[in-house]
Design a protein around this ligand. Sequence first.
Ligand code: NAD
Length: 456
Amino acid sequence: MKIVNPATGATLANVPADALKAVHAKYQRARAAQPRWAARPIARRLAAIREFRAQVVARADVLARTLSEEVGKPLRQSRNELNALTARLDFFLAESARTLRDERVFASAEQKLEERISHEPLGVIANISAWNYPYFVGSNVFVPALVAGNAVLYKPSEFATLTGLHIADMMKAAGVPEDVFVPVVGDGATGAALLRQPVDGVFFTGSYATGAKIAASAGRRMIKVQLELGGKDPIYVTDDVDVKAAAAAVADGAFYNTGQSCCSVERVYVHESVHDAFVDAFVAEVKGFRVGDPLDESTYIGAITRKPQLAVLQRQVADALKKGATLRLGGRVLRRKGHWFEPTVLTDVDHSMAVMRDETFGPVIGIQAVADDDAAVDLMNDTDYGLTAGVYARDERRGRRVLARVNAGTVYWNCCDRVSPRLPWSGVKHSGIGLTLSTYGIQAFTRPKAWHLRAA
Ligand code: NAD
């Protein structure tokens, strides 16, 4: 498999991909190794994750550079991802033992009865991952899965393979047996081969289109399936905000990671009384974003990781303009080596346009005026997705009232594009099923076993 730098078109590496036979051999090794791993005391499994964290810190410069080269992410943002990864690992290190401890839920001397719950590992799990935040979306799964005693067949995205191999190398150096954390390298065909193995759970991060196929293939097998999928995340800006500050924050939420985040702001609704001032401030902010070499420290907008996405962005802009939108900034593919798209701002948009309905996953945003909070709520909920949604409002009660009516896994008041390890990460509708992070996301990789214990 050829690994290409999306910012330059240069070949970075050629990596052998795993075909069905190789995937099956890896599965068998993982199956054989898992019981020994699960039998280790949790403190020893956590010690390996602590060492993995030390490896991440020690190798941070190389890891950040590799990530920027293979996905086109600005170097600063790659570093941010690695820093936040260590915070995430700290959460798992601090909370896992307590969360996975056996629970005694009932005890009666009179009835000579005790009832307990233990948290058993699922066994061997498939972790099929995305490229946009490979350290985040990967670690949300493989870290708690390993801590709980599972073996993990980890398929990084074909667009983040070198990062996936770094992760495997660090796991090995940290003392996780090679057959317990196993990288499976390749594209969708390799992912499909992995799903043909009799794994005990499938944990997928990626697009709705692929997620729907995976759910269908796993459905008949009665195994645990978790899907973290896309979004069309809205922000509503009310009329009582500091317009400039809100515009700067929302622009960052829309364009950070070149708009290629699952929780990027994908559509903006602004109260009509502040709409024009907001748009002016927003456009001024976006004009200040430096587009360029991802390895340059001052770059804010990097390359589009997957070439086919350029056509999606072009189509969404053309469709909006045809239906009456106004182009305030950008709108075109940049003519240079690699895959690049201008930061693009559209106004006078509505829900007849794909840019307000379909996941954009790039540096393109539509801003729509709304008359009041009710209209904003209706539009925010008018979507197939439900990952995150946010409100910028000075008045907390008003902000919370709006958010209570929005159907999404995560809601934000005066913030956006934010993930916390302490809170569950989940979506509704086409944004997925199941969750990662928080103590629920530690238990997600176990099944509760019920113990009825009656003394003789
Ligand atoms: P994708 O669906 O194209 O690929 C995801 C993974 O699935 C890759 O590893 C790919 O090789 C694999 N795959 C493809 N076809 C397969 C098949 N038939 N069987 C098994 N595996 C297969 O998605 P992507 O481009 O890597 O990621 C972008 C998408 O991920 C966006 O929609 C984004 O919103 C979403 N995402 C969601 C979250 C979240 O937490 N909800 C996080 C990051 C990304």
